[in-house]
Design a protein around this ligand. Sequence first.
Ligand SMILES: NC(=O)c1ccc[n+]([C@@H]2O[C@H](COP(=O)([O-])OP(=O)(O)OC[C@H]3O[C@@H](n4cnc5c(N)ncnc54)[C@H](O)[C@@H]3O)[C@@H](O)[C@H]2O)c1
Length: 394
Amino acid sequence: MDELRIAVIGIGNMGSAHASHIAQGAVAQARLTAVCDIREERRDWAARELGSGVKIYADYHQLLDEHAADAVVIAVPHPLHPVIGIEALSKGYHVLTEKPEGIDKASVLELNACAEKSGRTFAIMFNQRTNPLFQKMRELVKSGQLGRIRHFIWIVNNWYRTQAYYDSGSWRATWNGEGGGVLMNQCPHNLDIWQWILGVPDRIVAECGVSRYHHINVEDEATITGVYRNGATAVFVTSTGEQPGTNRMEISGSKGKAVIENGKLMFWENAADTDSVTYTADRSSPKADTTYREWVQEGREPAHIGILNNFTRAVLYGEPLLSPGVEGIHELEITNAAYLSSWTGKWVDLPLDETEYLARLREKQEEERKTGASRSVKAEEADGSYSERWMVRW
Ligand SMILES: NC(=O)c1ccc[n+]([C@@H]2O[C@H](COP(=O)([O-])OP(=O)(O)OC[C@H]3O[C@@H](n4cnc5c(N)ncnc54)[C@H](O)[C@@H]3O)[C@@H](O)[C@H]2O)c1
């Protein structure tokens, strides 16, 4: 095979950008052969914009049964990612799913098991993994250059969203429609980068502020504390209600400190390991002798197009995936645990008990169905253009 035929299921905001990128030739050796959406307005858009060689479906089962492609990109509301992913993999398709992999750990375990059995390529759209600064930070930690990790602190509250954003889709910011708020929608990228660099913590406690800045049913603010068995601690702060926001990650270790902010990674490397200085120095508070280095991000990261290209090359030539689909479970483990902790007011030990979480989520969903959604949804907007708001922003 020297060309990958790709179908995009769900051509709303994100899916239509993926479809346009492929149709416009931004993904080498990939051809857009089909799209699917339940909304007529989006199918009309596809007929106008994507060219006559693209088949248009209203029903994804039909698309999958007719084998109009070799691979599918799934860009529908998150609870459907495992449902469509399992069906597509079982029918022999390679799958690239949007984030999050699903909304609860139990369904994602099923999707991962299916993916492993299928032998097909399975990837997830963690486009922030293409950012060179996050990649460098990961290298500093994994190579041991930062030494024994003490603290990880990430404030990423530049995910500001208006009520108009929340009102642009009936599924948004509801327990039934998307299974959560800022942690489930905006933060999968950040929680994935956190776990990609440091791993999933062993215990989590969280405070999730529901409806603090918007008329929604779920959290628009969260603070998570994670603790690792090796003694490292992590604090993660986010919200969609603050302007101007901050995006600042700091990791301190026994061999130095690294900070990413404003498109720059700053690294202060200690001449001596603090673990040793603490017990060998004869002065009470010696100043650290450090070497400073920095890396500045030039231009934008390859982001979504980078992941689409990597996925295509993985299918065609076996290139390693930058963002394997089965790794989607890690950030979801943190999100689900944060919700459980916030609901119970207790620490949650990981790995999370997926059955307990699912039972609690079902209760939330039932409660929401009884009380009804409190906001009116305006016309759903999607114009097929690529949005700045999906990139890493400083
Ligand atoms: N990676 C990123 O940076 C990024 C950015 C935005 C959105 N996303 C993800 O993409 C997904 C979609 O988000 P969005 O903002 O595009 O939402 P959206 O509401 O604009 O688009 C979703 C589309 O799916 C369609 N759809 C729903 N059910 C369907 C079904 N059964 N069959 C076919 N089509 C169906 C809807 O009609 C809609 O057009 C979400 O999971 C979201 O988290 C990722």
